[in-house]
Design a protein around this ligand. Sequence first.
Ligand SMILES: *Cc1c(COP(=O)(O)O)cnc(C)c1O
Length: 424
Amino acid sequence: MHVHPPHLDPATIAAIAQERAHVAHNYEPLPIVIASGEGAWVTDIEGRRYLDCLAGYSALNFGHSHPDLLEAARAQLTDLTLTSRAFYNDQLGPFAAALANLAGKQLVLPMNTGAEAVETGIKVARAWAYRVKGVPAGEASIIVAHGNFHGRTTTIVGFSDDADARDDFGPFTPGFTAVPFGDAEALAAAITPNTAAVLIEPIQGEAGVVIPPAGYLRRVRELCTEHNVLFIADEIQTGLGRTGHTFACDREDVVPDLYLLGKALGGGIVPVSAVVGDAAVLGVLQPGQHGSTFGGNPLAAAVGHRVVQLLELGTVQERARILGERLEAGLAGLVGNGATAVRVAGLWAGIDIDPRLGTGRHISELLLARGVLVKDTHGQTIRLAPPLVIRASELAWALEQVQLVIDDELARIRDGLPHTHGLG
Ligand SMILES: *Cc1c(COP(=O)(O)O)cnc(C)c1O
């Protein structure tokens, strides 16, 4: 198990100890206690600055404390924050209109967290299957991909194949079939007359930025259309600029039936998620059949609306595309030299660390010591996902730190030396 290095400052040690004493251990954070953030940078309680190359798993695509988003939130805080949808509020309509327009769809169903958007997509797909497609009652099934990550509810973890995510949380919801990600023919073979939907991430984020073969999304779209099956794209992590496009489906000019959005939709300020689709699909829900106390609240809608306005400009998408090319160029040399594989899509990279160097966690700790925040996933992989507002010089500096850490580790192995501690 990870131990905090003994030379951490007393205030940091105390803060970590308090959190560990009183917060359930469902996470294993890196040993840094963050107190403030601006743009791509955060500052810890000791006043040390770090470049945030995780960006809240893409919830912080616009960086910390984005001035426009803060302004939208502040203005709304003093006017109205919550009504419940028992009443109309003056923010939800404009937000939904803008978001629907951004996605080229008719309707928005607002929720709060990503998992709720996924649950909503599942409910809508099932209701559509029974009410529109004519699937016999109780028989609807949804095809998902191996290696998926769609959130943490009991239904969702039931179709995960990550043991940590699912073990001891059953019994699970039936009605899901998993096929290999990126294999369109396996998907085609799994479709039956009772298939309601295909639910996939266009790029699997939590799995380590796993990019399907070119043409896969287009083939998924064709298969879904051909068999009258809904294509549900979980764009909670891939969407809203990360890959250099508004949606990762745009990489193949593909339009799913439902977009599931979250994370960056809340501007890093409040949880905002949504299901976006046409009336022919989302219209199956009638009053009383689905809801959320906080979904569509005016504060969330005001922030979400400003997020959409920023995306309408296209500048963050363009930054992600251009900086993504630099990211890709900067990481290319690592393959065979400290990494076994590197995958890049826009300003988003998964780096599989050569096991001889140690785990992804070990490399994350070494990067922390150099002032760069990243997070490991699935043991050997580290994910780089800086805010899309990061400057070119800051990205270059982060890439330098990655190179230095890996070079140090390669030299250590050449010299036959054991691991230093991450913060040594
Ligand atoms: C983060 C994530 C979710 C879950 O979002 P939460 O807000 O944590 O519930 C679902 N799908 C994908 C692809 C995600 O990355």
